[in-house]
Design a binder for this molecule. Structure first.
Ligand code: ADP
Ligand code: ASP
Ligand code: MG
Length: 831
């Protein structure tokens, strides 16, 4: 193929660099100036610059053709606009000397107008006409850059690639006629020997001498072709990112820049959708070992990504890509087993129908053959197989030819994957955790690529999850918090304070996406940063838990967690659905844990089925590790005999203080003043809250139990249960004599009064006031401490005790936060 090189015997002594500038690099006059500055500052012996159309121009030209063919006159305004955009750039760049360039430009646009008018008459868009028109942007931008360089006093030549480059366009892509192209270039060069040459990207001519293109994004390929034809030492592809990144930065903002890639890796990434470089670009480079450097016009000092033959097996995955708009075609039948030649017939039929196969997978049972094809070709492909296997379908040897549309392929690429076990496992684990269903899997025998076909609706989430899974980016969670009251607010503050550290130390990104109270909610697409109180006050809308949920799911982040800091049974009613949908639920709300058995069972089953976590450590003893301790005991095979303790900070304080010197009612009033009680102290005194905690622990210990099974001794006399809070507080003195009496009785035997919850070995559960010896563990707590005592088979002589502050928004929120982190660790976060 290297005929051009052979015709330039002096080329070895000259250093030629080919530069290719993409549309974003030449978007407007200012960018052209910048590009010219970059080029003029370089001192290679021969400088060949391939340019794309100004950003968006190719799309605009295609749109113009379609408009004209569809509806007569609609093309005129956009045509004017496009001409004005180009004229504007000319005038800005060339100023007083714009005349000849403008004249040239007007001529091209007049010709374009003639073509569009003709399209409007015939009312359709022939392929040849489209090919002719869509390359105009490159012709204009090359001329513009050339004229600008000349206006700076540089002697440069402008080459319309259609004058030299001859290609064959087939279904397989574009093939260059190196012989003819090399010859034509040599002829052109003999007449145009300038040191700097500006070349049109994208466009070419076919063997029948018709104008054509190299396909969308084809200017990269132009760059490589001209690098080969000019026998260049390097090809620099200038774009708007720092090089090839580990994933599309528009989908994965955390994607990292790759300093080097092998040709093979770059080919695979490009083929499977990494838009940064056209897949055919590598082929001319591979043959001659030409290095390709992808670099950023906006950061010219950045070294970019170097693509060479060199392999670097670290990684093991270098990059991830997504190809959208695909479909899975599945041929299935018992008659396929052991029948030679079936695969060949499938692919022959598809080739016949001019369908290109993106990916193939066949199970070793040979019961089905599955291939991935482009959506646009999928019906054609299905029909082709139905026809090819009509006989087998008829006689039942093949059961079906099934088409699944709306498919994307996620590919993980890296030379280092070869021979390295565990890479596929890591990929599937990440996808599984993010609840992405895999439709088909393929691994090339080069082991450089693992591809999975997935539902397009999952594509973004899948890419982010896989990226996070390979530690290329943080584990990312969308977080929704319900109930920004005392505990919720403390949690939101703790979350914000811990975020930077979690990101750096644990690679964990907890993104607060939604906050809801009982009346309103704040949904944010980018994450609620900064002052959540202000945002929640200013930007919130009416509460709608369906939309709240849909918003979190719609974030396409790999993991979702809802933290319910409300005390609402209505929110608890949602848990099962959330868990079933793969949303983790973390809560200090006791409604689910202690509520109706049916709801509790549904929650447990949903979590078990989906693998989503339900965590509620802070429902008992606030931040104290009560439930996790109990769980550890059970998980390690211990048997819980009994659970006892003081589970209410309020009641603990009251009976620690109650020594007879002050009436009981006065202590309640004092506790209420200190904020130790609920607004209605009867919520504490009734014992229900304690009973709920006991139910939660009993269920955790494997006993099925509801609130009705707990014998509850309420400290609120029957007469005061229905009264208003004010009435209750003013009449509380009525109970003083009773409590004084109970205390006196206890004291008489050297004991104290404590409000204790108890689950015994027989499964009996009670909460109420008991007399305990002064030296009992429960009699010697700090004022508001909680204590939980587990007697188990292992801890039977000397029970296991968890003790400490068991109330307060800060510690409760910390308990909730710890649960969120446990969930994250369970999903692979580095905690
Ligand atoms: P140009 O106009 O310079 O040819 P393109 O828009 O064709 O630029 O390609 C560059 C864009 O490709 C980047 O802006 C980026 O958004 C996108 N892209 C997709 N995947 C990748 C990837 N893996 N690495 C870098 N960029 C990528
Ligand atoms: N301008 C062409 C396109 O948009 C070619 C390119 O930019 O690479 O497809
Ligand atoms: Mg491009």
């Amino acid at each position: 193929m290297s005929s051009a090189a052979q015709q330039q015997p002096d080329s070895s002594s000259r250093r030629t660099i080919v530069h290719k500038f993409g549309g974003t690099s030449v978007a407007d006059a200012e960018r052209f100036r910048h590009v010219a500055g970059l080029l003029l500052a370089r001192d290679e012996d021969e400088q060949i610059t391939v340019v794309s159309a100004m950003k968006g121009v190719t799309d605009a030209l295609i749109e113009l053709c379609e408009l004209a063919a569809r509806s007569r006159n609609d093309w005129r305004d956009p045509w004017h606009e496009l001409r004005a955009r180009h004229r504007g750039a000319v005038v800005s760049l060339l100023g007083e000397d714009s005349g000849p360039t403008l004249e040239w430009l007007d001529e091209r646009f007049e010709k374009l107008a003639e073509i569009l008018a003709a399209l409007a008459v015939i009312g359709e868009l022939p392929r040849e006409v489209l090919d002719r028109v869509q390359g105009l942007g490159e012709v204009c931008s090359a001329r513009l850059l050339g004229d600008y360089l000349k206006s700076k006093g540089e002697d440069c030549a402008v080459l319309d690639a259609r004058d030299v480059l001859v290609v064959d366009r087939s279904d397989l892509g574009v093939e260059v006629d190196w012989e003819v192209s090399g010859q034509r270039l040599a002829d052109w060069r003999a007449k145009n020997p300038q040191r700097r040459v500006v070349v049109t990207g994208f466009v070419a001519r076919d063997r029948q001498n018709r104008l054509t293109t190299l396909g969308r994004n084809g200017s990269d390929y132009s760059g490589a072709i001209f690098a080969a034809l000019f026998n260049a030492a390097e090809l620099h592809i200038w774009t708007d990112v720092d090089g090839v990144l580990s994933a599309d930065p528009r989908v994965v903002p955390e994607a990292v820049q790759l300093s080097a890639l092998s040709y093979d890796e770059a080919c695979e990434l490009a083929y499977f959708g990494a838009k940064v470089v056209h897949p055919q670009t590598m082929s001319p480079a591979i043959e001659r070992g030409l290095p390709i450097i992808i670099r950023n016009t906006f950061h010219p000092e950045h070294p970019g990504t170097r693509i060479t033959a060199e392999r670097d097996v670290s990684g093991p995955v270098k990059g991830l890509t997504l190809s959208p708009d695909l479909a899975v075609l599945n041929l299935e039948g018992t008659g396929l087993i052991g029948v030679p030649g079936t695969a060949e017939r499938v692919f022959a039929a598809l080739r016949e129908a001019r369908v290109s196969v993106v990916m193939i997978s066949q199970g070793s049972s040979e019961h089905s053959i599955c291939c991935v094809v482009r959506a646009a070709e999928s019906l054609r492909a299905q029909t082709a197989l139905l026809n090819a296997f009509a006989h087998e379908l008829n006689i039942g040897q093949i059961q079906r030819v099934q088409l699944t549309e709306g498919v994307s392929v996620l590919a993980a690429v890296g030379d280092g994957m070869a021979g390295q076990p565990g890479v596929a496992a890591r990929l599937f684990e990440s996808l599984g955790r993010a609840r992405v269903n895999i439709l088909a899997i393929a691994q090339g025998s080069s082991e450089r690529n693992i591809s999975v076909a997935i539902d397009s609706a999952d594509a973004t989430k899948a890419l982010r999850a896989a990226h996070a899974g390979f530690w290329l980016s943080p584990q990312t969670f969308a977080v929704g918090v319900i109930g920004p009251g005392n505990v919720g607010a403390a949690l939101l503050d703790q979350l914000r304070a811990a975020q930077p550290q979690l990101l750096v130390k644990a690679n964990l990104d907890l993104r607060l996406r939604a906050i809801a109270s009982s009346k309103k909610m704040l949904l944010d697409g980018r994450g609620i940063g900064g002052d959540w109180r202000a945002s929640f006050g200013a930007d919130s809308e009416a509460l709608d838990l369906d939309r709240f949920t849909a918003h979190l799911v719609g974030s396409h982040l790999p993991h979702l967690v809802i933290v319910d800091c409300s005390a609402s049974p209505i929110v608890a009613d949602r848990y099962a659905d959330w868990l079933a949908a793969g949303i983790h639920v973390v809560t200090p709300n006791k409604q689910a844990g202690a509520g109706p058995s049916a709801r509790y069972e549904a929650i447990r089953e949903a979590a078990a089925a989906s693998g989503a976590r339900f965590r509620y450590e802070a429902t008992v003893g606030a931040g104290l590790p009560v439930i996790s301790t109990l769980r550890d005991l059970i998980d390690t095979g211990d048997a819980v005999l009994s659970v006892e303790g003081i589970f209410s900070g309020t009641l603990a304080w009251l009976f620690n203080k109650f020594d007879g010197s002050v009436p009981f009612s006065q202590l309640v009033t004092e506790a209420r003043g200190l904020g130790y009680t609920e607004p209605d102290p009867r919520d504490d005194l009734s014992g229900t809250d304690v009973a709920r905690k006991l139910v939660i622990l009993a269920r955790e210990a494997g006993r099925s139990m509801t609130l009705d099974d707990v014998a509850v001794e309420s400290l609120v006399p029957a007469a005061l249960r229905e009264a208003s809070v004010e009435d209750f507080m003013s009449r509380l003195g009525e109970v003083d004599a009773l409590f004084a009496d109970k205390l006196a009785k206890a004291k008489a035997t050297g004991q104290v009064l404590r409000y204790v919850a108890k689950l015994d070995a027989e499964g009996r559960a009670s909460v109420g006031l008991v007399e305990l010896p002064k030296e009992h563990a429960f009699a010697n707590l700090r004022l508001t401490d909680n204590i939980v005592q587990f007697t188990t088979r292992r801890y039977c002589d000397n029970p296991l005790i968890v003790q400490g502050p068991g109330a307060g928004p800060e510690v409760t929120a910390a308990g909730v936060f710890a649960d969120v982190l446990r969930v994250a660790a369970g999903q692979g976060a580095n905690l």
